[in-house]
Write a protein that binds this ligand. Structure first.
Ligand SMILES: [Zn+2]
Length: 374
């Protein structure tokens, strides 16, 4: 019976999205062996990646009915430098189009570059297009911004963006064009992001930091965040421990050890994390009453702080009272855990302690960073 249960547990542990009906998100970020990661059940097709010979591409076609036409005429002859007047302009022209959005609808602007015939040297001069109009057909900034928002902020996959544009705007665009638009936008926004990062890291006294696992092309990377009340900056890094540069002031975080390696800063531990950990201690052992009392005290301190900020209170005796209670609750917690029989050890070494004990010790040790007032 026991063996059966063990076999079942073992079977479940080995299941993931590549060998069962489990969804990919349930795989977590733990790395699978390379052979497993790249295993395709379809086998190799023998074709090269990308578009195949004879495939009809999505080259952007000009519209026959543009919404707006902008004419450009040459004003001087490029051969002899003579001034060209209206009468010198011929009907011959070439055109380029910009497909964009205006008031939520597709809006096509056609730029026409007319030819001029020089009466002095008989040479032909074609008018210049505006600097930003570079291709026979190109997409405008509003459309590009929409595509980038769909991909980055709303996090839609590229193939779904292609489908949305086709269904709702009748614009046929390739997946590689969507990717290229996002890259271009990222390059353009680099200086803005740099300024934001500078503002958050160097100009703001208190900032929140965190990091989470993130896949880039199937490989584990780290998404780092630094945020103040108004600004948030994200950065992707290959290393979990790569900190934002030039941090100063007070860093609010979840007690991940490398944050404590940043020099010359104060630390404030995130009490939302503490409240959850205290809840777990209560859930695991309802007799650990200290955990619930500490939750109440942290809430009370938070209310006190908000009142003080609003200018309603500078009641420091109350703060002193709360800090004394903080010590008393932790003493009770540690005493309670020490009164329990020691946990069974699997191997020799340091005596294993209960979660409640470890949390109480940590809150005691980092008292300065838990109810930090300044
Ligand atoms: Zn000329």
């Amino acid at each position: 019976m026991l063996q059966q249960a063990l076999d079942e547990a073992n079977r479940r542990l080995k299941q993931n999205s590549s060998n069962s009906g489990k969804p990919p998100w349930s795989d977590g970020l733990a790395k699978k062996p390379a052979a497993d990661r790249n295993r395709s059940l379809r086998g190799k097709s023998g074709k090269k990646p990308g578009g195949q010979a004879g495939h009809q591409g999505h080259t952007c076609q000009p519209r026959t009915d543009p919404d707006q036409i902008v004419d450009h005429f040459p004003d001087t002859c490029r051969h002899c430098g003579s001034k060209l007047v209206d009468d010198d302009v011929t009907r011959n022209h070439s055109s380029r189009q910009i497909i964009d959005l205006k008031d939520g609808k597709v809006h096509v602007i056609e730029y026409r570059a007319f030819e001029g015939h020089c009466p002095c040297c008989q040479g032909i001069t074609r008018a210049q297009y505006p600097e930003s109009v570079k291709a026979p057909v190109q997409y405008g900034p509003e459309l590009m911004a929409m595509v980038c928002i769909l991909h980055t902020e709303i996090q839609l996959p590229v193939n779904k963006i292609v489908r949305i544009l086709e269904l709702f705007l009748k614009i046929r665009i390739s997946e590689s064009t969507v990717t290229a638009m996002c890259r271009k936008m990222a390059q353009r926004l680099e200086p803005v992001v740099e300024k934001l990062e500078q503002k958050v890291c160097r100009d703001s006294k208190v900032k929140n930091l965190d990091e989470t696992g993130f896949r880039v092309n199937g490989r584990l990377h780290w998404l780092h965040v630094v945020a103040t009340r108004c600004l948030t900056v994200y950065r992707i890094s290959e290393k979990r421990g790569e900190m934002f540069p030039k941090l100063w002031g007070c860093l609010v975080h979840d007690h991940w050890k490398p944050y404590y390696k940043v020099e010359g800063v104060k630390h404030a531990l995130c009490n939302a994390h503490h409240l959850r950990k205290l809840q777990l201690v209560s859930d695991l052992n309802p007799k650990e009453k200290w955990a619930g009392r500490m939750q109440q005290l942290l809430h009370r301190m938070n209310r006190w702080k908000k009142k003080k900020k609003g200018g309603d209170s500078d009641n420091f005796p109350e703060l002193r009272g709360m800090l004394e209670e903080y010590d008393r609750i932790l003493d009770q917690g540690i005493q309670h855990d020490e009164s329990l029989p020691p946990l069974k050890q699997k191997s020799r070494g340091k005596q294993k302690k209960r979660k409640g004990h470890n949390l109480a010790v940590r809150l005691q040790e980092y008292k300065e960073d838990t109810p930090r007032d300044s």
